[in-house]
Design a protein around this ligand. Structure first.
Ligand code: KG4
Ligand code: ZN
Length: 335
């Protein structure tokens, strides 16, 4: 039997990516991603208009490379929510054009489900599972019973975990994305030098907030900049280490509360910021303590990519979950 394939497109933020997944074997036949991190770095964050323009350049280039698979395609899938509307639109427009010209059904994929299914690339799914999703746009605890039965049980009231790293990096001129550089600077710093307040420490609620911590860090940086000689490299290392310790403590305090309520049999961390080593180590300890199975997606699939979108699309294809080309819409936020 010849292969039956799905082509998937991801453009919800600053990564242009296309994947081709085998519906029957889950094999990732093709996968490419062009990241725009460098182009956004000088602005200290993603500039939506620039991101959209770069997708217009990158997506057709990638598509050229997978033309040989077109005869075997059974469907076209695309991320349509949540994300930046102008960048989502680029992927959706390409997907619509392919769907019409190749006469193939169209599948609209939720980006957050994609992050969850990054755990199951080339593998069968393991559900139910409790998931911590930490990325540039999201900080959520999700209860996933099945692809169609997922509940967000905690989310952030303001900034996300990854975003707070991006903003702290921006304050010190360390470029974008902030996560990797703050983690690296933190290695050389003293995490006990600055005593930043752990957000919502007294609150019994399981929810997240990063704007207060961000402001506390901003005030500390301003103080250091105003000292004689200005802010030193060692100051920056110490700010990064102390900030990271607090940012991770906040997540851990809330997760411990959640585990006290219900001990999950399966737990996972997904999203670009799940690459954070401190977070990973402390979650490993928590899961060991409660004898919970911990699932981690491979580092290469933690950040945005089309392989995870294709993996969700395989399930939607099997459920005949298609969308009309005239009805697919982009959504910046989920209801
Ligand atoms: O999932 P992702 O690639 O894009 C979104 O959907 O947002 O996540 C990117 C985010 C950025 O905010 C980046 O700073 C953060 O993940 N990140 C990290 C680390 N590596 C990436 N945050 C903390 N520690 C890291 N090691
Ligand atoms: Zn993402």
């Amino acid at each position: 039997m010849s292969k039956e394939l799905i082509l998937s497109i991801e453009s919800s933020c600053d990564d242009s990516s296309i994947a081709i997944t085998d519906i029957n074997t889950l094999e990732l036949v093709y996968h490419k991603k062009i990241s725009q991190e460098l182009q956004h770095s000088m602005y200290g964050g993603v500039v939506p208009e620039l991101a959209a323009r770069l997708h217009v350049e990158a997506l057709p280039k990638i598509l050229e490379e997978c033309k040989e698979f077109f005869p075997l395609l059974k469907a076209i899938a695309v991320t349509n929510a949540p994300g930046l509307s102008v960048t989502l639109m680029e992927g959706v427009t390409m997907a619509k054009a392919l769907s019409i010209s190749l006469n193939l059904p169209l599948i609209a994929v939720n980006h957050l489900k994609g992050h969850i299914y990054s755990l199951f690339i080339e593998k069968q799914e393991v559900l139910p599972m409790t998931i911590l999703l930490v990325s540039g746009g999201h900080t959520q605890i999700i209860e996933a019973k099945s692809l169609n039965d997922m509940n967000i049980i905690a989310s952030t009231m303001d900034d996300s975990f990854g975003e707070s790293f991006d903003k702290v990096a921006k304050m010190m001129g360390l470029g974008y994305p902030g996560g990797p550089v703050v983690q690296e600077y933190g290695l050389k710093g003293d995490e006990n030098r600055f005593d930043f307040p752990v957000p919502l420490r007294q609150s019994p609620l399981i929810q997240f907030s990063y704007s207060g911590l961000k402001n506390a860090v901003r005030m500390q940086i301003e103080k250091l900049e105003n000292q004689e000689g200005g802010i030193t490299n060692q100051d920056k290392y110490d700010v990064c280490a102390s900030f990271q310790k607090t940012a991770v403590s906040h997540i851990m305090q809330k997760l411990k509360k959640q585990f006290k309520k219900v001990v999950p049999e399966n737990f996972a961390i997904v999203g670009g910021a799940s690459a954070n080593i401190h977070l990973r180590t402390q979650i490993e300890e928590l899961c060991n303590k409660y004898k919970t199975n911990l699932h981690l997606s491979e580092l290469k699939y933690c950040s945005d990519n089309a392989a995870m979108i294709g993996r969700v699309a395989v399930e939607q294809y099997k459920q005949n979950d298609f969308v009309n080309v005239n009805e697919i819409d982009v959504q910046t936020r989920l209801k």
